[in-house]
Design a protein around this ligand. Sequence first.
Ligand SMILES: CSC[C@@H](O)[C@@H](O)C(=O)COP(=O)(O)O
Length: 357
Amino acid sequence: MTPETAVQVKPLLWSDGCLLVLDQRLLPQQEVWIECSQVQQVVVAIRDMQVRGAPAIGIAAAYGVALAARQRFAEVGADWKTTLEKDLAALAASRPTAVNLFWALKQMRRLVEGLPTATDPFAELLAGATAIHQADLEANLLMGKLGAAVIAADQERGREVMTHCNAGALATAGYGTALGVIRSAWEQGLIDKVHVNETRPWWQGSRLTAWELVQEGIPAQLNVDSAAAHQLKLAPISWVVVGADRITANGDVANKIGTYQLAIQALHHGAGLMVVAPTSTIDMELESGDLIEIEDRGAEEVVYAAGQRIAAEIDVVNPVFDVTPADLVDVLITEKGVIHRPNREQLEKLMSRKAMH
Ligand SMILES: CSC[C@@H](O)[C@@H](O)C(=O)COP(=O)(O)O
């Protein structure tokens, strides 16, 4: 069994002319699939986090462009490229922080530009989206191996790791970035346990990551986010392994809220911080993390839990990502290679490399 076939969960499927999205607002075991036959449904799926995780958002948007082109060609024929513009804008406005969304839209726009106006563009755009989907899976498998090799080489503090949010099969084409490394390390017998932060306020850790690990029989333990430093002090955790939503030219990393404090805690306790992300997450156009737009998802997620109001009537701030400065990142794993202590020079070199597969 290859790692690819070992992982059964796929958050996105193309079937019968529609994009099927596994609704991640619910428990994955409920297996509620949302059918998107129109681009507007893809916009809602991304905006409302039916699909989430940087690479999966990008893949969904790519399929969204194919669906939009099908609709617009049916409506206006040769004018489809003009009318497609508002769909591209709607997809781009669905979530602001993960750059994979904008990267995928750029790839699809390039394809659109090369197509004739007189013929139906759907088949070629669907092929483009499928290629982005497949490339993500291949990148994840490769990053899994590269990251596991780094873990094999340095387990000074012990054979346990910690992860935050869900950078797993549910957030990608179906293997995972951070969880891809953890899967690969587990298969190679390199780790004994995964510490999972619950990831308030949306519970990606308890709802999604915990489920993926339990389903695959990888020993895991869930803790509340505020127990992370305590666990890092007591448990033999060598690596904190996380994904990313945007990495800027200087190596700063935007990821799920809480990653920054985890990076500081890891440094204090002698654990390494490993960031695992495909190069589609690297934004060389932004000089530093200070320039990244950080999404705020409003008060509801914070003041309600399981449908019950749990907070007083109070002002709330809900930034759902934070920026970890580059100097707290020990290693960055991408499908083009591994960088220790990422900085601009190294990232420029990496981006100019050809893919390893
Ligand atoms: C491979 S997923 C990497 C990141 O996108 C992940 O860690 C994360 O922050 C996801 O945030 P989300 O708000 O669930 O989309």
